[in-house]
Design a protein around this ligand. Sequence first.
Ligand code: ASP
Length: 407
Amino acid sequence: MKLKIHTQIFIAIISGLAAGLLLGENAKHIKIVGDIFIRLLRMIIIPLIMASMVAGVVSIGNIRNLGRIGIRTFVYYTATTLLAVGVGLILVNVLKPGAGVELGLQTGVDSQAHAAPSVVSIVTEIVPKNLFKSMAEDKVLSIIFFSLLLGVALSSVGEKARPLVALFEALNAVMLRITDWIMRLAPFGVFALMACTIGQMGLAVIKPLAVYMATVVLGLAIHAFITLPILLSIFGRYSPAKFIKDMFSAVATAFSTASSAATLPITMDCLEKKAGVSNKVASFVLPLGATVNMDGTALYEAVAAMFIAQAYGIDLTLWQQLIIMLTATLASIGAAAIPGAGLVTMVIVLKAVGLPLEGIGMVLAVDRLLDMCRTSVNVWGDACGAAVVARLEGEELAGNQSCQPKL
Ligand code: ASP
C-alpha cells in the first residue's frame, strides 16, 4: 500500500525526532540529505515566483482587480498579525514566564543580532537596482515588485506580448512539475533535518526555559487552531479540518526547514493542486505572504521581548506594550523568511522599549525549536490568507469536495 505524501512526512518527523535523540551528535552524518532537500527547494524559488506571478497577474487582467486583491491581502495580513501579537501579549501577561527566572546571561549573542534592517532600507530595497543581483541574492520582495510590473506591462501591451506570456505560463507549469518531484523527496529531507536538529541540540536545553517555551507554543497553537480556522470558515467558507489536511505537507516542511521561503514551492503546490486556489490568487498572495506575513514570528517576538523584560524585572506600561505590538508586527515584516531571522529583527522590538539587547542571549538556546513552530504558523497563516482571498474573489475551492491527493 502506498502511503499518502502527508502521512509519509508525518512519519518522517516522528522517526527523525527519535533518530535525533538516539544518534545525538552523530546525526550530523545525514545532514547532507537535509541540505540537498533545502537546496533543491531554494533552487526553484526565484523562477517559480517569477513565472507564476507574471502568469497570475496577466490572468487577473486589469489593474483594478489586482488592486482589489492587493487590498484584501493587505487587510488580512495586517489584521491576523495583530491578532497573533495580541494573543501572545495576553498570554505572557497572564503566565509571566519571566518572573523569577534566574538565568545567568549567556554570552555569545548572535552578532548578526545587532544588524537588524531598518524600515527605510526594507522599503527602498523593494525596488531592485539590478534585477539579476536581486535574483542571485534571493531578494524576494524585489522579484515580486519586478514581476508585478512585468505582468501589468504584458497585459497593457496586449497581443504583441502574447509569446512572452505563453513563455511564462509554460515556465510556471514546468516549475510546478519540478516542485512535485522535489516533494516526493520531502520525507527523506524532513527526516534528516529533524534528526540533525534534535541530535545537535538535545532536549536538555528546554528545561530551564520550559514555561517561556510553553507560552510561545500555546500562543502559536491558539492562533493556528482557533483564530485562523475561525477566519477561514467565516471568510473562506472552507472546512478547517480539510484545509489542515491539504496543507499538511507544506506546514510539516516549514516545521523541519524553519524557512517560509524554502517551503514556498510546496505551499504553492498544495494550495493550487489540493485546495484548488487559482494561480491568479496563489501566485500573488503566497510569495508576498512568505516574505511579509509572519504571524508566528510576530507573536514570538512579542512574547520573547516581554519575557526578557520580566526576567530583568522591568515593568512595562500598557503604552509600552502597545509599542511592542506595533514593532513586533513591523519586525516580523522585516524578517527574512530564513531560519533564525526572527531572532535578528527582535532587536527592533527590544530597542523600541529600551530593553537590554543582551536579553537575546537568554532565549538563544531554544530559538531553533521555536523557530520551527513559528515558521509552521507563518506558512499556515499565508495559506489561510490565500484561501480567504480566493473565496472573496468568488473562487470555488475544493473545501467541500473529497480530497484527491496528488501523490
Ligand atoms: N524562520 C522564520 C520563517 O522563515 C522567520 C523567523 O525566524 O521567525 O518564516
